[in-house]
Design a protein around this ligand. Structure first.
Ligand SMILES: Cc1cc2nc3c(=O)[nH]c(=O)nc-3n(C[C@H](O)[C@H](O)[C@H](O)COP(=O)(O)OP(=O)(O)OC[C@H]3O[C@@H](n4cnc5c(N)ncnc54)[C@H](O)[C@@H]3O)c2cc1C
Length: 428
């Protein structure tokens, strides 16, 4: 029998790499997440959603996430969801590398995070080089821009891997003990943490452990910490987003929806742009966007789709302004107005020869829609070097909640590598 145990809340990508580097250490690993199924599946296509959100029940999943967390959004939106729809389930596997400057802003610069990258891959997961696109490279080949081809973390079949499948394998091999439920509250006792959990039928039960890891995604974790620390307000960081659609004479035939490359501005490091091919999109997405119905348009859409590209420009979190407030039982998340952001985006638009912007498609999206949210409880104010919460022994946070700054290219690689570092160094 294993005499040590640890309980992880949330089965996203950060939890996965944490657990992957902890199993087989003679520690009992408990994992809590909420799975649910709903028969009635009226798929809505929200034009503000990422084109990758084409999985079943996605919208219902987000609704359930909001309901259980008692969230009210005001001028804010996100794709955070639960279990089958957690952000990790739809991530594209693109590895956005970070700079030492970006780590410094997060107080993570002396931890040698890149040395942990070797623990990401295994016999089923590999990092691949992206396909190069000289056509576009030549368009942006000047002193102002740098074109970055991002590596991708994929399964052996060279497609993004499903994090939930990975957990299922660990559960089937009895490497982890899965508890199906939603953690509503954490209470600290003298020697352990009591978790108040809601099951699918709304019934509540308590589960306790001495060692606890919060990996429930930045919104859920912020709510749990606000309750635990008795804090009524917190800030939330995002990477504000501006979307444009372009037509190019270059036809992209591959169906993969991941970014082909990213562009950084050499003179203004707070912005980055991703170029996404739209060829892999379901035709319904185009029809809904144009508010049209009818299969007779499919041959035309199939012909024209390879010429369309979505460009997403992201600003660093220094340009975001979101507040979280506890209002009775509810959590109100408000996206506050940020000045002149639209002008910054417009100035940095990629309007180039052979790359034509489609009129009326440019849009500043609501804060939160960028998928890179976090920063409610920054490392330097709340945690020690192993992300253990001050005055809360054996409680660690490994999702984006502890960041102080989010680079325009996103933070997932930072938190994954840090989760691995914590797993390798934690003492139970
Ligand atoms: C469409 C899309 C594409 C993306 N592509 C990329 C990419 O290519 N590269 C990249 O670097 N990043 C990408 N991202 C961002 C990346 O997915 C996120 O940064 C990452 O998934 C965050 O992981 P996480 O483990 O912190 O949280 P999540 O993935 O959100 O997981 C949290 C888990 O916790 C569970 N949970 C929540 N609350 C509770 C609770 N109270 N009790 C129990 N369980 C709970 C949820 O069900 C969920 O399973 C993408 C995001 C989206 C939406």
């Amino acid at each position: 029998m294993k005499d040590k145990s640890i309980t992880i809340i949330g089965s996203g990508i950060n939890a996965f790499f944490f657990i992957k580097n902890l199993v087989d250490n003679n520690i009992k690993i408990n994992l809590i997440d909420f799975t649910f199924s709903k028969k009635n599946n009226n798929k809505k296509f929200d034009n503000q959603s990422s084109p990758k959100i084409q999985i079943e029940n996605f919208d219902e999943n987000i609704d359930k996430f909001k309901e259980l967390n008692c969230l009210i959004y005001n001028n804010f939106n996100t794709q955070s969801g639960l279990a089958i729809g957690g952000l990790s389930n739809v991530w594209g596997g693109t590895i956005y590398k970070f700079t030492s400057d970006e780590l410094k802003k997060n107080n993570l610069h002396d931890l040698n995070l890149y040395s942990y990258i070797k623990y990401i891959t295994d016999e089923n997961l590999k990092i691949i080089e992206p396909e190069k696109k000289p056509f576009f490279e030549n368009l942006f080949n000047n002193n102002s821009y740098t074109v970055n081809y991002n590596e991708r973390l994929v399964s052996n079949f060279e497609v993004p891997f499903n994090v939930k499948e990975k957990f299922r394998e660990l559960i089937n091999k009895k490497k982890i003990n899965f508890i199906d439920g939603f953690v509503d509250r954490i209470n600290k006792n003298e020697k352990k943490y009591d978790l108040l959990i809601k099951d699918k039928n709304g019934k509540k039960f308590i589960f306790s452990d001495k060692n606890l890891v919060l990996a429930a995604g930045s919104i859920s974790t912020a709510r749990l910490l606000m309750n635990l620390l008795n804090k009524n307000t917190a800030k939330l960081l995002s990477t504000p987003l501006y979307r444009e659609v372009f037509f190019s004479t270059n036809r992209h035939k591959n169906n993969n929806l991941s970014a082909i490359f990213s562009i950084t501005n050499n003179n203004f490091k707070d912005i980055a742009s991703h170029i996404f091919p739209l060829n892999g999109l379901n035709n319904k997405f185009f029809l809904n966007y144009l508010k049209l119905k009818g299969n007779f348009l499919n041959p035309f859409i199939n012909f024209i789709k390879p010429n369309f590209y979505g460009v997403y420009h992201y600003l660093s979190s220094d340009y975001s302004n979101i507040t979280i407030e506890q209002k009775n039982e509810n959590i109100l998340i408000t996206g506050n107005k940020t000045e002149n952001i639209k002008q910054i985006f417009k100035r940095n638009s990629l309007n180039r020869y052979k790359f034509f912007k489609i009129p009326f498609t440019s849009k500043e999206l609501l804060q939160g829609n960028d998928n890179h949210i976090g920063g409610s409880f920054p490392l330097k104010n709340y945690f020690n070097k192993l992300n253990e919460l001050n005055n809360f022994k054996n409680l660690h946070v490994i999702d984006g909640t502890y960041l102080n700054y989010i680079p325009p290219l996103g933070y997932t690689l930072i938190t994954i590598l840090n989760a691995i570092r914590i797993a390798k160094n934690i003492s139970l």
